[in-house]
Design a protein around this ligand. Sequence first.
Ligand code: PLP
Length: 222
Amino acid sequence: MTIQENLSKIRENIPPHVKLIGVSKFHGVKTVMEAYDAGERHFAESRVQEFVEKHPNLPEDIHWHFIGHLQRNKIKFIIEDVDLIHGVDSIRLLKAINQQAEKVNRVVPVLLQVHIADEKTKFGFLEEDLIDFLSGEEFKQIKNVQISGLMGMATYTDDKEQVRTEFRILKQLFDKVKNEFFNDENSFCELSMGMSDDYQIAIEEGSTMVRIGTAIFGEREY
Ligand SMILES: *Cc1c(COP(=O)(O)O)cnc(C)c1O
């Protein structure tokens, strides 16, 4: 199957309100261009170095997403060019993004990553820490970051019911956070969940953004 065929097959499974983010990490410019030529305009990278090397060599109308674990000292390399940072998993990181965004006079959209998986390796806020933070004074000082929603990764498992339960918990938290803290803000609207193996479940559970790599581009060579 070609990239174009993969994309059309995936698009058939995605309702119009769900955004398809092509995860282009570990794939070269030529490969990304195949997806671009097939109409894809949202791409995601997970490493700063790779993002910095790749994006100047690709068309300017691409919307770039950063989905990896972002180190604070590397924010400055992506801050001007990124459209959405998905993996904001701590208050320290959020404040550091705010600081860098202020320097370049931007308000940068981000998603707060929530820990939903049954694995210690995955990053993210715990629910109570997230609620505490959003209720507090510190949050009100943050002016150069726009919190556009939540992101999460399910456990890597064949147990589809477990994956579904984790996504459901994240959607419930999304609704709660929306109601309590962002009720009048239309910009809080994105729930980024679902990858190649679980995006259909994620959409059934309320995802608005799916991050898909392998099902578009094939296996990555690390
Ligand atoms: C790599 C990655 C993806 C894409 O994974 P696939 O299984 O290849 O679709 C999605 N989200 C994050 C955070 C990733 O790091």
